[in-house]
Design a protein around this ligand. Structure first.
Ligand code: MN
Length: 605
């Protein structure tokens, strides 16, 4: 224990050295967490503070600002101790308190079903929950230290955490461009999930590297160095082995043996300007023959996570293929630290705040020389980092992603059309909410269905997803069609009776005058009022009708001969289409004619 504590003090001093002027805040944070976590132990038997101090160290190594480092020290106190947000805010400031709270929130997300589509949703959820990207960076540092100490946990727990790391956190680190963390997370997950393959790859790589290093030092690097020097360019030449997980992935992706992976060691050349990158590329290509199709210009066309570099593979002496990566110092920093480089701590000053990230990204993208479409790069990145979606859960805990503004009806249709069509109400986090409730990230949504409930037209103004909109419209159209159909049949029967013909005769007669494909179309035309009974009767006996209605207006307007009343202006109700013989009643409209409705329909009129 004493040894452990000594080690801790050393780590802490290391951190403090990096942040002159912030020693006090860092030391206070350490004392605070030592007190808060005092009775807690890690599974390894270490005092709990070993964990947050190491997390803070990882953040300091990423050159994060002092606020993030302090938040790293405090990241577990809200969850595991009696500390409160207010207390943290008072002692260490609002920014620190917000970051710690964000990390705590992410810690409460339960990841279920890590298949790719769901995993992607969880990654988005984390980004959306975080608000400040520093929250995600602290979470990644937290996960990295937990992965490093995973060996102390039970096997089933190890596997679960490693799976989660590989499908959620490593890709997240990749998306943010934090290469250092991504590499470590992948290799550690690899080790716990596929121990045998891991061992095989590790052995192979360590043996081959020795040989490769000798080769590079003898045949490749001296020649490149010499030519670059002749051109008057200052450059730093290093080489770095491919990480184990990516070697293994390559054998799977390309279906090749380990022995066939040739780019275990890439040569990296770092220069001071973009122009010099291209000059060095020219030099490399003049010394060795480039392999066609292997040259990639990520300086002109950066990757979506803003990674920039020139990549080329050449055939070096003895016919071996060697990959070169050529970039500026700044590009290199960004390649290793990604978005974390934004908070790079310089000269004792807090450089920037979370909200400034937009302008930072904009500047960055605009500064990318020769980029063909900087706005597209920026848009993609923004979409990925600042989601316009809400993330909600089913009662079983499955994650559902919906656009901002979605309501329980959208959720219901997302689950199933039938759930949507019978959606009678909703509970959010156990409480009944109106169907107009706008869902918020983290809500757990339960839909109450009822067999008698049906979609109503005003739902259309409540939903935002096209799926819900289409399903509701579809349903309403279908209901309308059925209503028109039965209404049309009824009108047809009346006409038939008053004309004294059989159905077949009537259909035949009408077919000659009006175009329709199926009999159903005729009924729907009648039921919807597109074809009025008056018009049909006109067709059947044109002369007789001409007397009263020589304009032949399609809508039944005219002067009625209703028993007891004559010469009264009337309109036939559009809703029920009464025909001669139907019992009718009238609804007087002020200053207008009487609207006649079929009597049986009175209640609905
Ligand atoms: Mn932790």
């Amino acid at each position: 224990m004493a040894v452990r504590e000594l080690e801790l003090v050393e780590i802490l001093e290391d951190i403090e050295k990096k942040y002159p002027g912030e020693e006090d805040r860092i030391r206070r944070a350490f004392e605070y967490i030592s007190d808060k976590h005092r009775d807690q132990l890690r599974k390894s038997g270490d005092p709990y503070v070993v964990h947050p101090v190491n997390v803070a160290k990882i953040l300091a190594d990423l050159n994060m600002d002092a606020t993030t480092v302090v938040a790293g020290l405090l990241h577990d106190v809200l969850e595991d101790t009696d500390a409160t947000y207010e207390e943290i805010e008072e002692l260490f400031g609002k920014e620190v308190a917000d970051i710690v709270e964000g990390v705590t929130k992410i810690g409460k997300i339960r990841f279920r079903n890590l298949k790719e589509a769901q995993a992607e949703n969880f990654r988005k959820l984390i980004l959306a929950t975080a608000k400040d990207i520093r929250v995600v960076i602290v979470k990644l540092a937290d996960r990295l230290h937990n992965m490093r100490t995973l060996g102390h946990l039970r096997r089933d727990k190890r596997v679960r955490i490693a799976e989660e790391t590989l499908s959620i956190y490593a890709p997240l680190a990749h998306r943010l461009g934090i290469w250092e963390i991504k590499r470590s997370l992948e290799d550690l997950s690899f080790k716990y999930l596929y121990p045998r393959e891991y061992e095989k790859v590790r052995k192979f790589v360590s043996q081959s590297l020795e040989d490769l290093e000798v080769y590079l030092k003898k045949f490749v690097i001296p020649r490149v160095k010499e030519e670059i020097k002749k051109a008057g360019i200052e450059a730093e030449i290093t080489y770095r082995p491919k990480h184990l997980y990516s070697v293994w992935q390559k054998t799977i992706r390309k279906n090749i043996k380990l022995e066939e992976v040739h780019d275990l060691l890439g040569v990296r050349i770092i220069v001071s300007s973009v122009q010099k990158c291209y000059m060095v590329l020219g030099i490399v290509h003049s010394i060795f023959t480039p392999v066609p199709g292997k040259f990639k210009d990520y300086i002109s066309l950066p990757k979506p996570n803003l990674y920039q570099s020139l990549h080329t593979t050449v055939i070096a002496p003895k016919g071996r293929m060697v990959e070169f990566q050529i970039r500026t110092r700044e590009m290199h920093e960004r390649a290793e630290k990604g978005i974390a480089a934004h908070w790079a701590y310089k000269e004792g000053k807090e450089k920037a705040h979370g909200e400034e990230i937009f302008s930072w990204l904009r500047d960055l993208v605009e500064n990318i020389q020769g980029s063909k479409n900087p706005s597209e790069v920026l848009d993609n990145l923004k979409r990925e980092l600042f989601s316009e979606e809400v993330f909600v859960f089913t009662p079983k805990g499955d994650l559902v992603v919906l656009p901002m503004g979605a309501t329980p009806i959208d959720f219901a249709y997302h689950i199933h059309t039938e759930v949507g069509n019978h959606c009678a109400g909703a509970k959010v986090n156990g409480r009944i909410v109106p169907l107009s409730y706008r869902l918020r990230s983290g809500d757990q949504v339960e839909i109450i269905t009822s067999p008698s409930k049906r979609p109503s037209p005003d739902w259309l103004s409540l939903v935002v997803t096209s799926k819900a909109k289409n399903r509701i419209k579809h349903y309403l159209r279908q209901v309308e069609r059925e209503r028109f159909l039965s209404e049309g049949r009824r009108i047809f029967e009346r006409i038939k009776e008053s004309a004294g013909v059989s159905s077949e005769e009537l259909v035949e007669k009408l077919k000659k005058k009006i175009r329709f494909k199926e009999e159903e179309d005729l009924y729907i035309a009648l039921g919807s009022g597109k074809l009025t009974a008056t018009k049909v009767l006109d067709i059947l006996s044109p002369k007789k009708r001409k007397k009263t209605d020589d304009r032949g207006e399609p809508s039944g307007k005219g002067v009625a001969s209703v028993e007891g009343l004559t010469g009264i202006m009337y309109e036939i109700g559009n809703c029920c289409n009464p025909v001669p013989g139907d019992e009718i009643y009238g609804v007087g409209k002020r200053g207008k004619s009487i609207v006649q409705h079929e009597k049986a329909r009175k209640k609905q009129a």
